[in-house]
Design a protein around this ligand. Structure first.
Ligand code: MN
Length: 258
């Protein structure tokens, strides 16, 4: 049997499970809120064109309006000024959209401290237990933040000092971009950077370092708790928006059971 036939048989038999890591996309899906002097991303919207009526008797369809960075989405290198000459989302090679995933669970730490930051030592400790990060794979950073995703207020967790959501330290961001073998970072929060990252040096270090190194981001993931630390394969499928900086994405994980 060919490798792919064996894979299809394992899928059909349930030995490989498909776990959906994607947040439902609706007008209620939380979106990032930037300081008021900056342009804001759109919420997702449906505009009904016809629904089996005079406008189209046998068909139902909608126009959609969305930000590229709305809901579960993919950050392309050209999203950040440091990656301005890098790939747009349509130019990301398709072969890189299917890749292994390492899952780091820092949900206890993030539950105790919403401003928790991932450090290189956390990744090193994970590697000591599970082996080195896979070349060309994703690092998925679980914080438990997906439990808040039904509410914009809980998800952004802002007070009068700004948003408080877990993220990555500036040093760890540089390390992931320049030294770690990963192609990108996936998170459960509204963006790959911490809520307080506007005040870091440099600001938004995760975006600056990853995009500047031609790497990718995945945000607003769900169900990372259902993944093993190693062994899952991620299918991250952004729309090929020509010249786009990112796209809402369907993100699926293939997980071997038993
Ligand atoms: Mn984004």
């Amino acid at each position: 049997m060919s490798t792919l036939s064996a894979f299809a048989a394992a899928l059909a038999g349930g030995r490989i499970e498909v776990v959906d890591l994607t947040a439902p996309l609706s007008a209620e899906t939380p979106v990032i809120a930037l300081p008021p002097q900056f342009a804001q991303t759109a919420r997702f919207e449906l505009e009904e064109l016809s629904r089996y009526d005079d406008r189209g008797p046998a068909w139902y369809w909608n126009n959609i309006r969305t930000g590229e960075h709305t809901g579960t989405h993919f950050d392309a290198p050209n999203h950040w000024v440091t990656g301005a000459d890098g790939d747009d989302v349509a130019s990301v090679p398709a072969a890189r959209l299917v890749a292994p995933a390492a899952v780091l669970d820092l949900s206890a730490e993030a539950s105790a401290d919403p401003d928790f930051l991932l450090e290189v030592d956390h990744v090193r400790a994970w590697e000591a237990e599970h082996g080195p990060l896979t070349e060309g794979g994703w690092l998925l950073y679980r914080t438990g933040w997906d439990a808040r995703s039904a509410s914009q207020d809980e998800f952004l967790n802002a007070d009068d000092t700004g948003p408080h959501t877990p993220g990555i330290s500036p040093r760890c961001a540089r390390w992931l971009a320049e030294e770690a073998p990963v192609i990108g970072l996936g998170v459960e929060t509204v963006g790959t950077d911490a809520g307080t990252a506007h005040s870091f040096d440099p600001p938004f270090p995760c975006h600056a370092a990853l995009m500047g190194s031609g790497k990718y981001g995945l945000t607003q993931l769900q169900n990372l708790a259902l993944l093993p630390p190693t062994g899952a394969v991620l299918v991250a499928a952004p729309l090929p928006i020509v010249s786009g900086s990112g796209s809402p994405a369907r993100v699926l994980a293939l997980v071997e059971r038993g």
